[in-house]
Write a protein that binds this ligand. Sequence first.
Ligand code: URA
Ligand code: ZN
Length: 402
Amino acid sequence: MSKRILVDCHTHIYTKRLVSLLRSRTVNPRIHTNSPDGSEKLAILPQEVLGGRTVGPQYWDVRNKASFMNRHAIDISIVSLANPWLDFLDAPQAVTSAYECNADLEQYCADATKLFSAEAKGEVEVARRMKAFGIMPLADGVEPKEVVKSLEVIKQSPSLCGAILGSRGLGKGLDDPALEPVWEKAAELGLVLFLHPHYGVGADASKPDGLWGAQDNGHVLPLALGFPFETAAATTRLILAGVFDRHPNLKLLVAHSGGALPILSSRLASCVAHDPHVCNRLKHDPRYYLGKLYYDAVAYGPEELEAVDRIIGRAERYGSGTDAKGGKIQDMVEVGVQRMMFGTDHPFFPPTKEDGTVITDDQTETWRSVTENLEAISDVPSWSQSAKMGVFGKNAVRLFGL
Ligand code: URA
Ligand code: ZN
């Protein structure tokens, strides 16, 4: 049996330039020190008026990421900028910032290589250990051609192997026809787009059914429920807009194991079949498209991982017989578990002290959010050792050409 390689495909940072920008802002998203204890808080959601999450160097310092990786035996990380990316900037700022961020991400990976070279203990070549998703200037009013240009920049950058993607697009969501050239270019360049939530569905605290609750539930409701529904809605809008019919080679990696979509996919198929507006729009049953997507394994439980594998693994049954070019559907070479890959969501979900306070600059802790996801993979009863090795890292090595 070959040695395990562990690849973290879901791990975040803010570049130092973005941290400075967030510190300079007086409205969310921002980093402020107005909390009772005076510590820096990251307030990225509109509802976080005075609160926010405690932040420290884990969010921006490459030494913390390297220490976290070494501590958890992570061979390769593919870092992505954390939400809300560039959504809040005006169009010219977003375009400039995307160039800067992509250059900074490249530098971040180079800095990591220097650090790893100084230690050089793992088996994986040090230059391979830190990779990144680039960023596109997705903000209101940005010309789609600027977004397309950013994909070309990413393709040329040696450490960037895809792009992070929020659900907002250019302000109208991911089914906005203006985004068509973006999907086309990403598919043409073979770049993986990593779809990640930020806004949550039902996140309006002012409404009685708002997903924050009448009590102080911290971030539990928006993160545990609002995020996965946002992801499900954004992916569904792409499917219903026919994006995967027109771009069958588009590679979309969906956060948090597809959010709520896998478990709701037969309901989705039934709703589509019964709706005169959409029943004849797609080439295939909606469940087919789930088998074309990639999923992180950030689900925290073996039963959930197994369910996702089974749901996405049955997709071929729902192909209508021909692909977008009229060929026979035999393209699901990677089925179910081969489309799933380990992630941590670091530095979110940090360990806490006994009194519940967050440890922000740790160099020694083992993170529960990591061990839970590792154990979940190990404990899926129906997965062979080789299937688990795939989820730990080999699937990502193959998908990203690491
Ligand atoms: N909370 C966030 O805001 N983003 C993440 O990626 C995870 C938790
Ligand atoms: Zn995340």
